[in-house]
Design a protein around this ligand. Structure first.
Ligand code: ASC
Length: 151
């Protein structure tokens, strides 16, 4: 029973994170929300990348801190691509996001899977594992941008 309660609590927390709906009164506010979330994500992702590529010295504590942020923030942009947020602000989002939503969601899920591995690697403090997972995650960023983000 206790185990069930714990599982339910965990599931509720995950569901809450997924539906932490940015849905704002104005499309412009959702556009800014998702851009802000991507900005935070890029900052911590590229910091892990800089360590993986030897551009800054490896710091296991800093890597774990990046992982903590990424584990949460990777979900947030996707709460703010609701209907009607394709325009109404300064966005590079392609219309295909709303036309091929299943494909977009698949790219999102792919990124979240690889990011999950990167988070695990970064928390383990194993630089080789971080290097491998960083490369795989970066591929998912690029392939989604190629399909769904204007240059
Ligand atoms: C980053 C960042 C992206 C991705 C992408 C990966 O650090 O800001 O958008 O990695 O460049 O190809």
């Amino acid at each position: 029973m206790k185990k069930l309660a714990v599982t339910l609590a965990a599931l509720t927390a995950i569901a809450a994170a997924h539906s932490a709906f940015a849905q704002s009164a104005k499309p412009e506010d959702d556009i800014r929300y998702r851009q802000a979330a991507f900005t935070v994500m890029a900052k911590h992702f590229s910091h892990l990348g800089a360590m993986a590529n030897g551009k800054v010295p490896f710091d296991a504590k800093a890597a774990a801190a990046d992982a903590d942020v990424l584990a949460v923030v990777d979900k947030l942009p996707f709460t703010a691509f609701g209907p009607g947020t394709d325009k109404g602000g300064d966005t590079k989002a392609k219309p295909e996001i709303w036309q091929k939503t299943a494909d977009f969601n698949q790219d999102r899920d792919h990124m979240e899977t690889e990011m999950g591995k990167l988070v695990t690697a970064a928390k383990s403090g194993n630089l080789d594992a971080i290097k491998a997972a960083f490369g795989q995650t970066a591929k998912t960023c690029k392939s989604c941008h190629d399909s769904f983000k204007q240059k």
